[in-house]
Design a protein around this ligand. Sequence first.
Ligand SMILES: [Zn+2]
Length: 233
Amino acid sequence: MTQLDLLWEYQTADTEADMLAHSIRQSPKRQKLLKIRDYIRDQQENLKTLESEIHAMTDRMDVLKEAISLADDQLKALQKRVQDEPPTTSEEIALYIAEAEQLSNTLNEYDQEVRQVRKSASDRDRRQLDIKMRAIKSKEEFDQLRVEYDDEYKEKSEILERLRAVAEEKKKDIEPEYLARYAAIKQHCTPPMAKLINEQCGGCNMGFPSSVLATIRAGKQVECETCGRLIIG
Ligand SMILES: [Zn+2]
């Protein structure tokens, strides 16, 4: 057996192992697990946002409560002033009324805002609860699937390990130079070797000039100029 023949046999075993590794990564159970994990992460982000919004609302409520109590005090002070120094002219009456109206408008605005903030806060409380419930469900689903996936993964990994060992064994009599070339081509092209089929590269179907064909048939190392694969005659 030539070095290229041995390398070809190694490629067969190597490709089989790679395909299984690929199918392990593409496992529907794994994909679903990743999806649930991403979903749980998104929900955690949403919860964080909600919590900070609720926090900001609590702060705003504190500010509003203080402002309301201040406006209340001002209104009481005004009432006292009206009692202590009853207005005597129509201008004074108008001034008192204007002041009272202004305070009462301010209080109304605060009151409306308090109601809005309360409503937003209770909306967010509901959403928070809803997200938490769904997160619990997702976590349960994740854990259950995880157990199933772990079994599947363990089983397939054992097979993969055997396939890798078979491939490793086939490397034994191959010169390092060939293995290095194989590995280098594999970086950009898989499988890295192709057979000569009808005087063409079996990887990309490009034809070879007769001089190159002669070199390939002589068993020398030739890489396809188009796809870069190592050609075996
Ligand atoms: Zn090619």
